[in-house]
Design a protein around this ligand. Structure first.
Ligand SMILES: NC(=O)c1ccc[n+]([C@@H]2O[C@H](COP(=O)([O-])OP(=O)(O)OC[C@H]3O[C@@H](n4cnc5c(N)ncnc54)[C@H](O)[C@@H]3O)[C@@H](O)[C@H]2O)c1
Length: 276
């Protein structure tokens, strides 16, 4: 199907946003609504998805709430098969955003928590790309945004489980971007540092670490989820792969690329210092 060249992907989109019931996902849904879109607001929590869909309507878009565990292959396949009918036309944008936090040292984090985190943060994104990359390729256009994190390259200690999922999402996005090059399909990987949302409340951290993380979120958040969503949708329109919306993330990204061994030593040193 042809699409006017002047229309950006984020404008008047038929979009799916996962984890749309809160935080960054909700902001993506609302920003797409402001840009005239129809949004399938997907969340594991039905009530939250419905709240976001109602807010999308209030902004002049059209919101449809949909309950799904993105880590469940069958549930995601069902969502993908129904999406076009629910949206009223072919899906044009997918934001694979749902995510959860798990903290703790390797060996201390239970394997059950590893599986939970991988299921949502990684398999949820794999399912989204698996279902929609071929459809968009066939359509000749489309946008895929994968919410990774600065955790995907920063390697912060006691966040291994989360870090592993996010570096995998980054790798998946990089590869997908190369595979879809020249097809009209844009791929962006969002890598924020701290954004104030509900993620800490819902995460599985040792209790002292949860308090620390909650305080860090209060103190060191230099942006908000609305700004992050706006910047990321603009980046998708430009076909920009890496989206680092904050200066601290950009600093870590450059430091690690320029001096990787020094970066690793400094990380270990500061961790030992904090532990003493
Ligand atoms: N907040 C931050 O500081 C930060 C930083 C970097 C990356 N991120 C990433 O941003 C994304 C959004 O997180 P957030 O901070 O907005 O958190 P949030 O907790 O506010 O929102 C996450 C939403 O995902 C939903 N969800 C959880 N498991 C799900 C599942 N299995 N299926 C469908 N929906 C599910 C939750 O119900 C919730 O509504 C995540 O991928 C997170 O890792 C967040």
């Amino acid at each position: 199907m042809s699409r006017p060249k002047s229309l950006k992907l984020s404008q008047c989109a038929a979009a799916i946003v996962t984890g749309a019931g809160s935080g960054i996902g909700r902001s993506f849904a609302l920003e797409l609504a402001r840009r005239g879109g129809t949004v399938l607001c997907v969340d594991i929590q039905q009530e939250r998805a419905a709240q976001t869909a109602a807010q999308v309507d209030e902004l002049g878009g059209r919101g449809i709430a949909y309950t799904c565990d993105v880590g469940d292959e069958k549930q995601f396949a069902k969502l993908a098969s129904k999406a076009d009918a629910l949206l009223g036309r072919a899906t044009t944008v997918v934001v694979n955003n749902a995510g959860v936090g798990v903290g703790g040292r390797i060996g201390d984090v239970s394997l059950e928590d590893w599986r939970w985190c991988l299921s949502v943060n990684l398999w949820g994104v794999i399912h989204g790309c698996h279902e929609f990359a071929p459809r968009f390729r066939k359509l000749g256009y489309g946008g895929i945004i994968n919410t990774a994190s600065a955790a995907g390259f920063a390697a912060a200690p006691e966040m291994t489980t989360y870090n592993v999922t996010k570096s995998a999402v980054l790798s998946l996005s990089e590869t997908l971007s190369a595979e879809l090059s020249g097809t009209g399909v844009h791929v962006s990987a969002l890598c924020p540092t701290i954004v104030p949302t509900n993620i800490i409340n819902e995460s599985r951290f040792p209790s002292d670490r949860k308090t620390f993380a909650a305080k860090a979120m209060e103190k060191w958040a230099f942006t908000n989820s609305g700004e992050v969503a706006r910047q990321t949708l603009d980046a998708m329109d430009r076909n920009q792969l890496y989206v680092l919306p904050q200066w601290d993330g950009r600093l870590m990204w450059r430091a690690k690329r320029a001096l990787p061994q020094l970066y690793a030593r400094a990380l270990g040193f500061s961790y030992r210092l904090a532990a003493d």
